[in-house]
Ligand binder design. Structure first.
Ligand SMILES: C[S@@+](CC[C@H](N)C(=O)[O-])C[C@H]1O[C@@H](n2cnc3c(N)ncnc32)[C@H](O)[C@@H]1O
Length: 262
């Protein structure tokens, strides 16, 4: 939750934001609150074919594309703005699927243009809808990149309950930055897509995603006591920890939405 919001909205980091993200997510394979069982279930359900082309915008550590390459022999492109993430993606590619035709590109996803419009069999954007100005913009953009009959998979927060004024202030977000779970489905359907499936994270999934960051920061501080960024790193993570524990956990949900372009 905190990554999704803080990097996207506040822009206050003095420390290199991608270094911050790299440290806080050091122990994560998936950089979103989807647990490994649900991730594997989703990959199995996609039933892609050998050679099909998949685009992953804001691909993080590339786990999605690499797993799809292992399962189905897909080809594809992963785009991420963080040099740390792209480094991890390339290393994972070499280690797990060295022969697969997957390219990882370091760039702002907003600037990515496919060589041929409507050419991908599936397009993903999990936990980075700010790249396209929100959930609707993400769906509209990905829709322009997949073939008819192709799949669009997005991961998006939603309100579990009406957010308090205090919560919105401390997170520096607006009520309308996110919708309800129902709205997230309807936005896609209003764009002419069929919603095929959703995967909703529970408290345990969120706790894993959030608290693994606390642990990663603790490890980093112990291993790098002389890093000049330590003070900001710890302050920032402590603040996020309190926001999560003081209402964030009950306020914000998270789901993956699978749509088909008809
Ligand atoms: C919440 S993480 C999700 C990563 C991955 N999709 C996953 O689920 O494991 C958000 C990702 O968005 C990337 N990101 C942030 N802004 C971006 C941008 N403008 N263009 C491309 N990637 C971006 C970050 O580097 C980070 O890897």
């Amino acid at each position: 939750m905190t990554f999704l919001l803080v990097l996207a909205v506040s822009g206050e980091l003095i420390m290199d934001p991608w270094k911050y993200y790299d440290i806080t997510h050091k122990r994560h394979h998936l950089c979103n609150p989807l647990n490994t069982e649900k991730f594997e279930r989703l990959c199995q359900l996609l039933r892609l074919k050998r050679g099909e082309r998949v685009l992953d915008i804001a691909c993080g550590k590339g786990e999605f594309l690499i797993r799809l390459a292992e399962l189905y022999g897909i080809t594809g492109i992963g785009v991420d703005i963080s040099p740390y993430c792209i480094r991890d993606c390339m290393e994972k590619h070499r280690r797990r699927v060295p022969d697969s035709d997957i390219e990882f590109v370091e760039m702002d996803g907003a600037d990515y243009r496919p060589e041929v419009p409507s050419s991908f069999d599936a397009a993903l954007c999990i936990g980075a809808s700010w790249v396209y100005g929100g959930h609707r913009g993400t769906i509209q953009t990905l829709k322009g990149m997949v073939k008819n009959g192709g799949l669009i998979v997005v991961g998006e927060p939603f309100w579990l309950m009406e957010p308090s004024k205090e919560y919105l202030e401390v997170e520096e977000i607006n009520r309308d930055d996110f919708g309800t779970h129902r709205n997230n489905v309807r936005v896609g359907e209003n764009e002419g897509l069929s919603c095929l499936y959703t995967l909703v994270s529970d408290y345990d999934d969120w706790d894993h995603y959030e608290t693994l960051q606390w642990w990663a920061v603790d490890e980093y501080v112990r291993a790098h006591p002389d890093d000049p960024d330590i003070r900001e790193l710890v302050q920032r993570k402590t603040r996020e920890k309190h926001i999560y524990l003081q209402g964030g956990r009950e306020t914000m949900g998270w789901a993956i939405y699978v749509f088909r372009k008809e």
